[in-house]
Design a binder for this molecule. Structure first.
Ligand code: GLU
Length: 322
């Protein structure tokens, strides 16, 4: 009887030991993939969260961790150093990174590869109504948040001001705040306006607009034409009425595209599986933010200015797209 009990206990110990070793092994074989996103109050962050959730549910051997960041320029640099595996950023900035366009990049980021184009991001200048900024030209002498450090927004701000014959030096005060801080400063009257290149409906603008009487400054006419001509990443678009409190008419502006990129060194199989899982579970992306509904397989290669990663290319070829 004692012997039987002893054998039983030994078998049980063995079972526990073997399953512990197996789960350790599974853990060790698990591939950790990081994704550099953007502002917590932007659109990249919730969409990156959705991509991570899809991996969690459909790819148990891949764990995707989401990092917030200043966004596009910072993210391209994280790809260059290998500190991020995936990143969401603007298509204009991905091209500048690949080329090494100064002053944003002092050298090219040769290992940045495309995975999928996601959705249009609008250049939105959110202004206090009492600052009386009817045109970009009226930003002269005003206190303006020009985009967080490392953002693509800041580059767009430079180009948009340039189209109106202005430079940062012409502004009354140039603030480099996080997107969340910009909203607070706007509410408190510590700035007159803030630039954001982000999906329409980002909480960076939705939230402050609830409490401060505000508007979106139009970018249109000859200046919008000149911008599109000089920097072909821009397209003319509009911020639709009814998204932000106080904005009851469509406001003309320009837009670029948000794209998902990946470092060239990430294994083809991993990139293939993440791309496939993403498009096969698009509902999760759609549920993360209103802009997620604009992410579509048919548009995944439109406006992609950098070479595709072979893993993504394999998936799109399978879909008959390349
Ligand atoms: N496009 C923004 C930038 O790079 C980030 C937008 C977001 O996080 O939604 O400046």
């Amino acid at each position: 009887m004692k012997k039987k009990l002893f054998v039983g206990v030994m078998v049980l110990c063995l079972v526990v030991f073997v399953s512990a070793v197996r789960s350790d092994l599974a853990h060790a074989q698990r591939k950790y993939v990081s994704i550099a996103s953007g502002w917590v109050v932007g659109v990249y962050f919730p969409l990156a969260g959705a991509i991570s959730r899809i991996a969690h549910e459909k790819l148990p051997d891949i764990k995707i961790t989401v990092e917030s960041s200043g966004a596009s320029v910072a993210n391209a640099k994280l790809i260059a150093t290998g500190d991020a595996d995936l990143a969401i950023l603007q298509n204009d900035i991905s091209f500048y990174a690949f080329q090494g366009t100064k002053p944003m990049f002092d050298k090219p980021v040769p290992n940045i590869r495309g995975m999928a184009a996601l959705y249009p991001e609008h250049c939105q200048i959110h202004a206090r109504k009492d600052a009386k900024i009817a045109s970009v030209r009226d930003l002269k002498g005003k206190r303006v948040a020009v985009g967080p450090l490392g953002s693509g927004t800041e580059q767009n701000a430079i180009q948009i001001l340039e189209a109106y014959g202005l430079k940062f030096e012409d502004l009354g005060k140039v603030e480099r705040l996080t997107a969340a801080e910009s909203g607070d400063y706007l509410k408190d009257g510590r700035i007159d306006a803030a630039f954001y290149t982000t999906g329409v409906g980002a909480s960076a603008i939705v939230d402050p607009a609830i409490t401060v009487d505000s508007m979106i400054v139009p970018i249109d006419g000859a200046q919008a034409d000149a911008l599109v001509k000089k920097y072909p990443f821009y397209s003319k678009d509009k911020v639709p009425a009814g998204i932000y409190k106080g904005v009851d008419k469509d406001v003309p502006t320009v837009a670029v595209l948000a794209i998902l990129v990946v470092k060239a060194e990430l294994a083809e199989d991993i990139v293939y599986r993440i791309t496939k899982a993403m498009f096969e579970n698009i509902k999760t992306i759609e549920g993360a933010h209103a802009k997620g509904k604009e992410v579509k397989l048919e548009k995944a290669l439109t406006g992609m200015p950098i070479p595709l990663h072979p893993g993504a290319e394999k998936f799109f070829k399978e879909k008959g797209m390349k």
